[in-house]
Design a protein around this ligand. Structure first.
Ligand code: PEP
Ligand code: MN
Length: 347
């Protein structure tokens, strides 16, 4: 919608109309006493608004449709329900992904996997390529970690959620991973997003540290534009002036995203708060706000974790949290996705 200045000349109005037609769009002209408004109708999502903002006589250019066409609810009103091995995300069921920040050893991941599965987790998380602020900090076990995760999946029946940091890791990870996590620091790694959009693997796309909701949806659009429909969004806290917590949970983002997009929305209260003491409270709030799931860091011995120990729950605290989340889910007319696959082996 292009609103002309009140003193715009008929020639300026004609020039805007000619530009709209030259772009293959239809024109809707509304000439009032106060203002002239010109509608550009058609496939406008790939036309930048500044193509019109610079024209003589133009006052305001307002987009009526969202620039993220595939992610938007405007053209896809139904919720997307994504099947993952053993459960679905985005329907009535709430899913719980749990596990350590990093895979540290075979025994650590197997012990954690069995503990979270027993507590009711649907999927196992664990990083093997870690985005660390310091290049001297633990960077992850790489393929060795993927082997341990695959073993944990075999034993517990849980699909595995693993962060990918670069397209160069894609071929290796495709052999192991069920759900690719795109971390906050890579939300706008557009080459990575394009490569993942070409795959048909499920993606958990985390919001960037300082990314707006619209930027998150534009990143989801990259994945969807490649034809990958298996996309989940994850709010994980944003940077604010507050320093008592690692990040600030943007609870608003949950109902806002649910309104703007058909994609499932989950919350990561571990990174959003940075403190084990606050994780359960924010997990409960997320479900009350309408989230479709949670991703939680759990470690058998948080004090000795190589990364994010401070925010990791001990297995017994995780059990408590899951029980609270189940109660909130019931109030919301939902349920935590039941575990269908039996545990196939002991450890
Ligand atoms: C993580 O999940 O361990 C992680 C690094 O998360 P984020 O990208 O949200 O910081
Ligand atoms: Mn972490």
């Amino acid at each position: 919608m292009i609103i002309m200045k009140s003193n715009a000349t008929p020639q300026q109005v004609e020039a805007v109309i000619a530009q709209i037609k030259a772009m293959g769009l239809a024109v809707h002209l509304s000439q009032g006493v106060e203002a002239t408004i010109i509608g550009a109708i058609g496939e406008t999502h790939n036309i930048p608004v500044d193509r019109f903002e610079g024209l003589d006589g133009v006052d305001i250019v307002q987009r009526i449709t969202q620039p993220y066409k595939l992610a938007s609810r405007q053209f896809h009103s139904e919720d997307s329900v994504i099947p993952i091995d053993g459960f679905t995300v985005g329907g009535n069921d709430i899913i719980v992904i749990a596990g350590p920040c990093s895979v540290e050893s075979r025994s650590q991941i197997l012990e954690t996997a069995h503990a979270v599965r027993e507590a009711g987790a649907n999927a196992l998380r664990g990083g093997v390529f870690k985005p660390r602020t310091s290049p001297y900090a633990f960077q992850g076990l790489g393929e060795e970690g993927l082997e341990y995760l695959a073993e944990a999946r075999e034993e517990t029946g849980m699909p595995i959620v693993v962060e990918i940091m670069s397209e160069t890791q894609l071929d290796l990870m495709l052999k192991y991973v069920d759900v690719f996590q795109v971390g906050a620091r890579n939300m706008q790694n557009f080459n990575l997003l394009r490569a993942l959009g070409e795959t048909r693997k499920s993606i958990l796309l985390k919001r960037g540290l300082s990314a707006t909701i619209e930027e998150l949806l534009m990143s989801a659009e990259y994945l969807l534009a490649g034809g990958n429909k298996q996309i989940m969004l994850c709010e994980r806290g944003i940077r604010t002036f507050e320093t008592t917590t690692r990040n600030t949970t943007d609870i608003n983002a949950i109902p806002v995203l649910k309104n703007l997009t058909h994609l499932p929305v989950i919350l990561d209260p571990s990174h959003a708060t940075g403190h084990a003491d606050y994780v359960a409270a924010i997990a409960r709030a997320a479900i009350a706000a309408g989230a479709d799931g949670l991703i939680i860091e759990v470690h058998p011995d948080p004090a000795h974790a190589v990364s994010d120990g401070k925010q990791s729950l001990k297995p017994e605290k995780f059990v408590e949290m899951v029980n609270q989340v189940k109660a909130i889910a019931e109030v919301m007319g939902r349920r935590v996705a039941p575990i269908q696959k039996p545990v196939t082996a002991g450890w």
